[in-house]
Design a protein around this ligand. Structure first.
Ligand code: TMP
Length: 242
């Protein structure tokens, strides 16, 4: 048995090698960052909570036919995943105007979109993860036209599944970010995580626009009660069948 080697440390997770070159260990951290790491902090128990939430959601998506990198969860904050080459795109799906969409277009926070929209951002911290046009995406060879088509289709399908799932949890899925990777056969797999760090989730049982926030916006916007919001999401998610 070779000792696990740290392959990559990101803002929220560390990736380690395993004895099998096709399998990596993803360890979820309690560290939280926002605004491209200009704001830093710790959300107590976030690693364990996000790992539990992401595990449940990956299992749900796999059961619905979405190919994912998830294998199993050997420890509360650890996930074994298939090794993939990450496509350097942040694929954002939006159902309701919020965040950068509201800031950049003037659409009022909370405006329902006539249909879900998919946006591609360049996963590049040095450049601040800029929003891409199709032409820029192809100029930079970030994905082929066929891959973009597949990503768009997968993202919308995942959105349908997650909207319904979160609705059962009495949570509204406002928007979220996905990352995908290519396996050894160049097949596209859903990767990274889906959690309150990467989604906007609004509590349907709260009318107040600040009280209803159950995601990382509580940390970004200093709304307080960050841990209890993540805990509430975890409890509601884990209470649902996969
Ligand atoms: P945005 O409104 O700031 O563009 O964010 C859209 C969604 O993507 C929101 O659910 C938060 C998520 N997101 C990430 O997961 N990572 C990021 O770096 C950013 C900017 C957003």
């Amino acid at each position: 048995m070779s000792a696990p080697e740290k392959l990559y440390e990101g803002k929220a997770k560390i990736l380690y090698s395993t004895d099998d070159p096709d399998i990596l260990l993803s360890c979820f951290k309690d560290d939280a960052t926002a605004f491209n790491a200009q704001k830093r902090g710790v959300i107590t128990d976030k690693g364990r909570m996000n790992c539990a939430i992401a595990t449940h959601l990956f299992q749900k998506l796999a059961a619905m036919g979405i190919p994912t990198h998830f294998i199993d969860q050997p420890a509360p904050n650890q996930m074994r995943v298939k090794a993939v080459k990450i496509i350097p795109l942040e694929v954002v799906v939006r159902n309701i105007a919020a965040g950068s969409l509201s800031q950049q277009t003037g659409l009022a926070l909370g405006t329902p979109l006539p249909q879900p929209m998919v946006e591609f951002y360049y996963k590049n911290d040095a450049l601040g993860d800029p929003l891409l046009t199709r032409d820029r995406l192809f100029l930079l060879n970030l994905a082929t036209p066929d891959q973009v088509e597949q990503l768009q289709t997968l993202a919308l399908r995942i959105n349908q599944i997650l909207i319904a799932f979160f609705h059962q949890c009495q949570i509204t899925l406002v928007d979220f970010k996905l990352e995908f990777g290519l396996d050894a056969q160049e097949q596209i797999l859903l990767a990274d995580e889906i959690s309150p760090d990467t989604c906007r989730l609004w509590n349907q049982l709260e009318a107040d626009p600040e009280q209803r926030v159950m995601d990382k916006d509580r940390f970004r916007r200093d709304l307080g009660n960050v841990e209890s919001a993540y805990q509430q999401v975890m409890e509601r998610v884990l209470a649902q069948a996969v």
